[in-house]
Design a protein around this ligand. Sequence first.
Ligand code: FES
Ligand code: FES
Length: 238
Amino acid sequence: MEPSKKRAEKTSRRNFLGQALTAAGTAIAAPAIINQTTAAKEVIQSSEGNMDLTLTVNGQPRTLNIEPRVTLLDALRDRLGLVGSKKGCDHGQCGACTVLIDGQRVYSCLSLAVMQEGKAIVTIEGLAKGDTLHPMQAAFIDNDGFQCGYCTPGQICASVALVEEVKRGCASVVTQDLNRPPQLAELSEAEIKERLSGNLCRCSAYNGIVAAVQQVAGQKPPSPTATMIISELQEMPA
Ligand code: FES
Ligand code: FES
């Protein structure tokens, strides 16, 4: 074959392969790009639009139609009318918005409502049983664990969680002996303060708050009122 013909054949084969690969690449890539673009559009559209969701709050299913960016705190306060949880900083720094989610304390200002579907949310409104206060609520009253009361719902929810955490054997950074689980009856004042350090009180009612936790932990005799409330609670069916 003449060299010029060979060159032409090579060129045309190279061109052919190049065109074929380009076409194949386009054919493969095009649907992927379209799919990605569609998915991105859907995400943007859904983040712009409202979503239906059902939250279980204080044992009750509550249906909402909200934007995905709504925090749990705003959903509770502004959409469900549960204004017990307070907005202090709205930045995860004060603890006024603390609620319980599946038994764990959570800053509701830092959590999106849409993330909580299917979980059990308990706010300060859900702690009492009818007219009977939760022992921690009664202990806060007994021990003057508040002044203005703004931080109190968060302090009480955090304290309820604190007691459960100790019962589960969770240590804190000031736990002295990590070889044995902490005991409620032995929980030091430093432990209680450390474990509640995520909840600030501008009125500085800390002494009463610590005393309330000590009372529920069984470290000091509860007041006659609290004794009555606790025994009533124990007699109630779960
Ligand atoms: S309002 Fe949530 S931590 Fe302050
Ligand atoms: S009681 Fe007022 S901020 Fe705590």
